[in-house]
Ligand binder design. Sequence first.
Ligand code: GLA
Length: 783
Amino acid sequence: MIRQINDTFILETDKTTYAFRVLDTGYLEHLYYGRKIHIADEDGAVASALFEKHEYAPGINNVYDGTRADFSFNDMRLEFSANGKGDNREPFIEVVHADGSRTSDFIFESAKIVKGKKMLDTLPSSYDEKGECSGLIVTLFDRNYDLAVELSYHVFESCDVITRSAKLINRSKDSVRILRFMSVQIDTDESDMIFTTFNGAWIREMGRVDHELTVGTIANGSCTGTSGSTANPFVMFSKKCTSENNGTAYAFNLIYSGNHIETVQISEFGKLRFLSGINPKGFEYVLTAGETFEAPEAVFTVSEEGFNGMSYNMHRFVSDHILRGEWAKMERPVLLNSWEAAYFDITEFKLLRMARKAKSVGIELFVMDDGWFGSRNDDRSSLGDWHANKKKLPGGVAGLSKKIHNMGLGFGIWVEPEMISEDSDLYRGHPDWAMKIPGKPHSKGRNQMILDLANDEVCRYITDTLASLFADGGIDYVKWDMNRTMTDVYSPALPAARQGECAHRYIMGLYRILKNLTERFPDILFEGCASGGNRFDPGMLCFFSQIWGSDDTDAVERVRIQTGYSYGYPLRTVSAHVSSVHQTLRVTPLETRFDVAAFASLGYECNLCDLDQNETEAIKDQIRLYKQWRSVFQFGRFYRGSNIYEGGDVTWNVVSPDGIRSAAMIFQPLVRPNDQRGRIRIFGLDPDGVYHFYNRPFKIDIRVFGDLINMIAPVHVKNGSAVHDIISRLVKLDGEKEDITAHGDMLEKAGVILSPKFSSTGFNDKTRVFPDFASRLYFAEKK
Ligand code: GLA
C-alpha cells in the first residue's frame, strides 16, 4: 500500500515500511526503510521523530543559498542527489548541459499514486500479473534547465519487495549528455552495517565477501559489457549479529545485464549512501530534445528473519514477478549435455549413442552443445554461421532432432548468437557488423569478436536467423551462450559523439532480440549461459528460465557457488550438472555430485556410455529419486543451515510450499579426525506436524576403506588392485540408517543427531562413513 500524509510518502509491504518526505525547500528527505512501523503519531501526522534536525551548516559545508543556514546538502539524507550544489558524495545523476555546466538542481514538482505497474519501454522490468501492485511516480524538475526526472516506486506487498526506477526527460530544446543516471539511492544514518557482495571469476562465481564499512567508498560492479562473474549486481546489508535465521538483512538487485555498479559510501558525518545502477565508467548518453532515458529497475527487500528470510522474499519476487512465460512455473526436465562428453568432436552417430544411453537412465532432454555448425571443430571459427555441418549431421539439425524425438527425448541446441568469428561467412560478408574501431587493431577473447547489437540491422539478422533455426529444427530447449567480454567498445553504426552509448545500446538490442524470440517460441525452454555465470542477473531471468551457474561442476566448488546464488535467486534458476569434473580434477563421490546438483535444475554432462554397470545403476536411481522430489527441489522454500563460510559441515534444506515434504543435505568439506558429531536441522516444517525423517538408503563402496580391508579379508588385498576392484563390485556394505518420527518443531529447533561418523575405529552398520567431500540426503514427510 502507498499512502501520502501531508508531505510524506509511505510505502508499505506486509512486513516493511519505506518513507520519504518533500521538504519545504522542495528536496526529498529519505526518512526510513526497515521493518514495518507506525509512522504517524496520535493525531495522524507523521511523527517528527523521523525528521533530520539541522540548524547550521558545519565548517566548510556549503549552504544552498544565503537565506538558510540549516540548508546544506552534504549532511542530508536525500532520496535523490545531484551534482554540483554542495553534496560531495556520489550523486544519482550527473549530466552535462548545453552550456557545459555539470550542475543540476532538481526539486519536487508532483506526485501520483497509481494502481498496477507498467513495463519499462527500453529495458525488461518486473511484472504484476494480478494487478496487486501499487506505484508512486514522483516528478522532479531542474530549476535551471528544462529537465525532469520521474522516480517510480512499486510495492509488492506479499513478498516484501519494493522496486525503483527512474526516467530522465529532456523537456528543453537542447541536447544534454548523461554521464550517470542511477536506479536507486538510499541514504541512512545507520552505517554500522556489513556490506556483502558476491565476487569471483570464471569457474569461481558467487563467492560471498563481507565488507566492514568505514569512511570512504566501496564499489561493486562490472565494466565488461556483462553483469559479470567478478561482481554480481545482487548485494546485501546486514547487522554484525545477523545470521541465517535471525536479524536484519537488506538486499538489492538490478534488472540489468550490462555494466552495473553498486556503491556504498560512508560520509565524513557517518551517513551511509547506497547507489545502484548503470556503471558510469565508459558511459555517456546524448539525450536530444524531447527524448527520455530509462534507468534499469532496482529491486530491494528487508527482512528481520535473517538471510533466509531475505532470500525467501527475493526468491518469491523472482519467481512471481521476473521469470515469465510457460516455463516460469513448469518443472524443468533432467537433461544430458554433450559438451564435456565430446567437446567439439561430435557426429550424429556419437550423439545418438549418448542419447540412447541417456534415455535408458531416465534423462528427458538431450542437448547438443557447441560444434554442430559451420566448420566448427574448435573455438577459432564459424560463430555467426548458424547452419548445420553436414559432415557431422548429414540430416541437419532437423534430422537429428527427429531421431532424438523418436527415442522419446526432448531435443536442445547450443547457440552463441551475439558472437562472430573472423573466420566465418558472416564476417566475410559483413565485417562492419562486429564491434570494433574501424581501421584499428582490436583484441579478441576466445578467438572471437562481439556482434554490434547497437546496430538494428545486426539485431534483425540474429532474430531472423535464430527464428528459422528454432522453427525448422524441432527445438525444445536452447542454451544461449556468450563467451567473451567487451573490449574496443565501439559501434561502427553509431556516430562518434554517441560511442559512449554503445555498451548500453548493445544490452537494449539484446533484450529486443530475446523478447522477440522468447515470445515467438513460448514452448522452448531457454537457458542462459556466459562461460557459466558471467551474466547471471534478473535482466537475463526475464527471458531465460534458468542459467548455467558455472562451468565448474566440481561438487565442492558447486556447494560454495550454489550457496552464493541461493541468497538472491531461486534454486530452479540455477542449472547444475553431474559431470566427470574437468575443472579442478578433484575426485568426489558420484553421490555428492548428485546431491549438490539436485538442489537446482538437474542435468548430466559426461559420457554416460563410458560408465560401468554400477555407475549406470547409481545414476538411474538418482534420476528416479530426483523426479520424485523434483517439485520440492525446484519450487520449495530453501533454507541455508550451517554455512559453508563457517568451515564445518554444510546443511541445506528445501520444503514444499505446503510444508508437507522436505529434502535436506549435509555435506562435509574435509574430515575432522576423531569427531563423531553430526546434526541436521530441518527448517520450515509445520511445528505441530509429525514427520517421518529418514535418509536415502545407500551402499558403501569398500574401496573407501583403502587397505583397511585387510582387517577383515581372509587373503591380503592390495589397495587399488584389480582384486580390490572386483571385491568392491561384488561386496557392498549397507550404509547407516536414519529412521525416526518427530514433530516439525523438534526437527527445526533441536534437529536430528545423526549416527556417529567413522573415525578410524569401530565401523559397523550404524556408523556414518563420511570421508572428505561426502554428503547425505535426508527426507522428512508429514504423517
Ligand atoms: C562455454 C559454456 C560451456 C560450453 C562451451 C561451448 O564455455 O559455458 O558450457 O557450452 O562454451 O563452447
